[in-house]
Every structure is written in C-alpha cells, then in structure tokens.
Design a protein around this ligand. Sequence first.
Ligand code: XMP
Length: 507
Amino acid sequence: MIAVLDFGSQYTQLIARKVRQLSVYTEIHPFNLPIERLKALRPQGVILSGGPSSIYDEGAPQLNPEILELGAPVLGICYGLQAMAHMLKGKVAPAATREYGYKEIEVVEPDALLRGLPKRSRVWMSHGDRVERLPRGFTTLASSDTCPFAAVRHRSRPLFGLQFHPEVHHTTHGDNILKNFALRVCRADNTWTMGSFVRRTVEDLRETVGRRRVVCAVSGGVDSTVLAVLLHRAVGRQAVPVFVDNGVLRLNETEQVIRTFQETLGIRVRFKRCAPQFLRQLKGVTNPEEKRRRIGREFIRVFFRELGPDDLLAQGTLYPDVIESVSTKGPSATIKTHHNRVREVLKLIRQHRVIEPLKDLFKDEVRAAGKELGLPREILWRHPFPGPGLAIRILGEVTRKRLDVLRRADAILIEELKASGQYDRIWQALAVLLPVQTVGVMGDERTYENVIALRCVESVDGMTADWVRLPGDALGRIASRIINEVRGVNRVVYDVSSKPPSTIEWE
Ligand code: XMP
C-alpha cells in the first residue's frame, strides 16, 4: 500500500484517488501519525500532501524526520516538499509572486519519476512559499521560469519532491508522474478495483444496518441514487428513500425523479412536499453560508420526522463535500459549508447514526460504482446539482418570483446544451441570477431588469475546473432565448473563471 500523509491540502483525497486509479490500495493518515503506526502499515511508498500553511507559521505541521528513514520512497508535494526541504536544512521562502494556475515546466533530468514526460509540459501550481535552496544531496529534475525546483530528488536516497500538483486534472502529465512514483519507484501492488468496492460496501452496509431502518435522502443525482441502490441491495425495504421538494429545485424536477426511481429502478420513494417551509426559512436571507445552514437544518427537521429513535440516516456525501467544509488544525480551511455537514448532522454523526459509504470517493468514482451497479446513462451522466439547489444560484434574497426567473433560464440553458450535443462534454452547467439590474432596450422601451450569468465548466472531480469554450453560436442562441422567453431578464453574461481561484458555484 501507499500511505498518503495529510498536511491539510484540499487535494489530499485526490492524491489517494489517483493512486486508487492505478489499482493500488491507499490510506490517508494525518501528517503526525505516530511513526510506529506508520511502520505497522508497511507502506511501499509515502506521499506527503500539500497544505495551506507556510512552514514558518506558528503551529505549522512539521515533518517527522523518521519518515524519511523508513526506507520506503517518499514523495513530497507542494507543502510536503517544503516540509521535507526545511527538515533537511534547505531554504524555503515566500515566492516573489504567489503562483496559482498553469505553468510550463521543462524536464532537465529525466528520471524514473518523470519517465515518459515530454521535454515541456503544463502543470498546476498553487503555492505562496517555495524552495529557494535545495538541501544537500538533492538535484533538480524539472524547473519553470519562476520556479527553479519544480521537481527534485535526492541523488542516492529515495526522496522526491514536486512544487506543483500532479494530482489535479489540469497538470497534463500528472497521472503519469504518480504512476511512475507508485509503480516504478515504489513497485506497489496493483489489485484494487471498483467491483471490490461495491461488494465490500454492500457487505459493510448489511452489517452496519443490521435490523434497523435506514432513511436515505435522494435527489435524483448520481450520488444519492448510487447510495439508494447500494442500500436497497444491502437491506431491501429496510432502506427508506425520501425525496424532499425543498422549493429550490429545477423545473419539473420532482416528477422526473419520482418517475426514475419508481419506473426505472423499481424502488419506492417517499415524497415530501415541503417547499413553503423551506422558502419561509430563506426569507430575507442573503448570506450564502446562512442559506446553506438554514436549508441543511430544515432538511434535518424533515428527516427527524422520518427517523425513529434507532433509525439511521444515510447521506450520499462525497469527499469534496467533506473536505471543503471541514476545518481542523492542519487539514484544509473552510471554503463552503456543504449542507450535509451542518451542526445537526454532526451531532448525529457523533451518535454513530449517519452512514456515508461514498465519503471517500470522487464523482467520477461514484459514476464508476453506478456503472458497476447497472444504473442507466441518464442518471450516471446527469450534471451535479448542489444540495442547497437554486438558493445558492440566486445571489441575494431567494423569492418565488426570482426562483421562477432562474428556473426558466436554467431550463433553457440545459435544453439548448442537450439539443446542440454539448451537455455530455460539460461537467456542470448552471445559470445564476445576479442581484443587480441593468438597462436595456426592448422595442422602443427602456428596460431595467435582471442579469443571468451562465457558467459551464469542465472538470473530472469538481476540485479543479476550467470554463468551457462553448461555440459562439450556441452561446448566442441560449442568450437570445433567455432574454426573449424569460420575463424580467434583459442581459446574459458568460463566466470565464477557472477553479481555483474561483469556485464552480457563485456562492
Ligand atoms: P464549488 O462551488 O465548491 O462546487 O466549486 C464544487 C461542487 O460542489 C457542488 N456544491 C455543493 N453540493 N452542497 C452540495 O451538495 C453544497 O452546499 C454545495 N456547494 C457546492 C457544486 O455544485 C459543484 O458540483
């Protein structure tokens, strides 16, 4: 196995998942895992993740030097490299300019780690500090114009470091580098598969649930559908899928979801019509985190009514939902509180009443699990839709009127993307209703109306994303239909930001 030690990066699970993709078993542990426990795992390799700290920050996570003495190859990524360099008496300092986004690196010394890479390739950087002077015994494998030590290794010991992130999709040869590390450098065993994940999960669920009832939230998206099917396989009718109309769903969504479950999957769903109570909660609220909290809380209220004292709650939480909302010392900073991590859920988690069998997976892994379970294509490839729904796509207050505007704009966007064959090549497409009005002219009349922003991104896991270069005529058709068909909109704009530094949703 390969041990990934977490120094708090947003991307730690992504590293693990990339290693799993190589069919290599991997476990994530905190950076300060006692050395005896690390030794007991008998890792064939160790990866030190990135992290948000500067090595000089008070309380910054430090590398235990004994890890470098294990004999297993060690790869430090970003902060992991800086921690290793600092420990071995190299020099780490703030870079003159912080580097976020694409950079081109040039391989200066091909080595097992960089085998098969072209001379020049694109990598994804995301760091404030960098290594200024290498520790003794290290040599440079690749550099960029602003980062002399983009990839390094020790001349005689199996110690490697990368200043960039090989685990993110936007590093074009990142998979190749991780493969080189896991299979060539570490010679790790490669026998892990998604089929074994599904089998193990069904067995685990059967054991965890026992004779209890388990209430599970379904939304029609791939995550909760995979969850419901896994539960159904494991415990049949003891699993009770509940679909809640929270008032911030898309056009005709309720009917579609109920039909899919009943007719395509043959699973009975309990339907709760709760729009008015959710909208009451959202009245006057403009803060995105507050919207999430209130929707999360209302969800829990609905579920508490379904939950008997011994029942369990199952959630289709994925890894990015956890990592972006958890903030502990070391691990990553809070970016958005996903609604499946609100206080009430945390309390249930402490009571061991929440099961989240997908929480170590990324979206594409869930799709692979869904495929393994035989789910139809429309479900597998449905774009992700956030739990707080359209509430976080209406900037400012959520009202019925504004929901109606956004719903119709969103429906046109999706319909046009499907009609022009673009839908399947896009990770997620969304319309956002902005809290500003702009001047327009319709007929001979001046108008002063809403702006809709469109966002289409490509991504593999939602952790990093780039905007989709939609053909101009497709964009033009969408904009013109929205302006003509949706009352109250006189302008459409297109979002051309990548993640990071932006996020996919606007709130
Ligand atoms: P961001 O905006 O954080 O989105 O780049 C990454 C992915 O997560 C979805 N998202 C959410 N999903 N509850 C959810 O269930 C949330 O509060 C939430 N916020 C963002 C987003 O749609 C994208 O797929």
